[in-house]
Design a protein around this ligand. Structure first.
Ligand SMILES: Cc1ncc(COP(=O)(O)O)c(C=O)c1O
Ligand SMILES: [Zn+2]
Length: 370
């Protein structure tokens, strides 16, 4: 495996701790160079966690694999608005969101490379997850959160023994405060500032294909903030294709945001190659309050290469849609998932998702701390 910069193509070693590209500052991607027939599905590990997919992940000594049973989440199926819809229930992870997949990988690789303390800014869920995995891995953790964060997040993070610092109104401002304090002793696990959270999120895509009998849905609808999930699922689809495990056309990837913070949608619709900072971001879907994602260009290239799209939904719709989603699915879905669900409704109304097509919505997290 090699680490390659998604901006300029420079490569660097996976055998030492890496952050972003030293030449251009863009994220690093783990490239494995899989070939058809190199592995077969019966070589997957029989494990109750995402480590089932270790063939697709960086090699890590067993003793450094952290696991709290993340991944292997349910895929449920519904008829909705005349379409077959799949829901990937990521609330079924140890801390209630898909963030656990990414933190599991980032911390496990970190242990392999000898890290002792991690730091990140977060809108909430990533911090709970990082703190929980840091505790499991015996690593010190400090998180920077916006002052607007609901109390339940803070309490849960503190219960793990992690240090909480409140700064600014958004994850961007919390991140700026973190950068002022940071020194080399800290392993920075901020979104896309290290290559392995994407690798963990990638397992969502691997699982979806396996649960569909090594097949892809036609469309994947995703509530996009920093972009790791969207990028990870797409990466999984490409890797499965290069192994020749799935023959079908790759899915069209859709990013849904809210009109209160939609930098990806704006850049997509105006044909830009990267995102511009969103002025005065505000949304009740806290995980989507990411005004200037480092992975902006990467997300846009996924949307365009997959022939997908991006759309922003009305902030005022969130509470009613969230209730509708809970009623239909029986999943205690949070507001970010409701944003994706609203996006699905619009795409069906516009017939962008056709009657004979299948769509999958990622229910990224639950509502327990709101
Ligand atoms: C529940 C939930 N959904 C979606 C997102 C957006 O995540 P991503 O970085 O994958 O775009 C977040 C991020 O905080 C989140 O907590
Ligand atoms: Zn670069």
């Amino acid at each position: 495996m090699t680490l390659t910069c998604v901006g300029c193509g420079a490569t660097c070693s996976p055998h030492q701790i890496q952050t972003v590209c030293r030449q251009c500052g863009q994220p690093l991607r783990a490239d494995y160079f899989f070939t058809p027939g190199q592995y077969e599905p019966d070589q997957l590990e029989n494990l109750p966690s995402l480590w089932r997919y270790s063939l697709f992940l960086p090699s890590i000594n067993e003793g450094h694999r952290i696991s709290l049973g993340e991944g292997r989440t349910p895929l449920i199926e519904r008829e909705y608005l005349g379409r077959r819809i799949y829901l990937k229930d990521e609330t079924n992870n140890p801390t209630g969101s898909f963030k656990d997949r990414g933190m599991c990988l980032a911390l496990s690789v970190g242990l392999e490379l000898g890290i002792q303390q991690i730091v990140l800014p977060s809108a909430g869920n990533a911090a709970v997850s990082a703190a929980t995995y840091a505790l499991a891995g015996g690593v010190v953790c400090r998180v920077y959160l916006p002052t607007t964060i609901p109390e339940a997040f803070i309490q849960e993070i503190k219960d793990t023994g992690a240090e909480v610092i409140l700064a600014g109104k958004t994850i961007a401002e919390a991140g700026a405060a973190m950068s002022r304090d940071l020194d080399d002793r800290w392993f920075n696990v901020s979104t896309l500032k290290e290559p392995y959270r994407v690798e963990g999120k990638k397992t969502m895509g691997l699982e979806i294909a396996e649960q569909l009998g090594w097949n892809f849905p036609d469309v994947v609808v995703y509530p996009a903030g920093g972009g790791t999930g969207l990028i990870g699922i797409w990466k999984a689809c490409q890797e499965l294709r290069s192994m020749d495990w799935v023959r079908k056309t790759l899915p069209r990837m859709v990013a849904v945001q809210t009109e209160g913070c939609a930098p990806v949608v704006k850049a997509f619709l105006s044909g830009e190659d990267t995102t511009a900072p969103w002025p005065q971001p505000q949304t009740s879907a806290l995980g989507l309050n990411v005004p200037s994602p480092l992975g902006g260009a990467w997300m846009l290239s996924v949307l365009r290469t997959s022939k997908g799209t991006a759309l922003a939904i009305a902030e005022k719709d969130i509470p009613a849609v969230q209730q509708r989603l809970v009623d239909i699915s029986g999943i205690p879905a949070g507001p970010e998932a409701a944003v994706a669900w609203r996006g699905l409704e619009h795409l069906v109304d516009e017939n962008w998702i056709k009657e004979d097509e299948t769509a999958l919505v990622v229910i990224t997290g639950d509502n327990r701390r709101y």
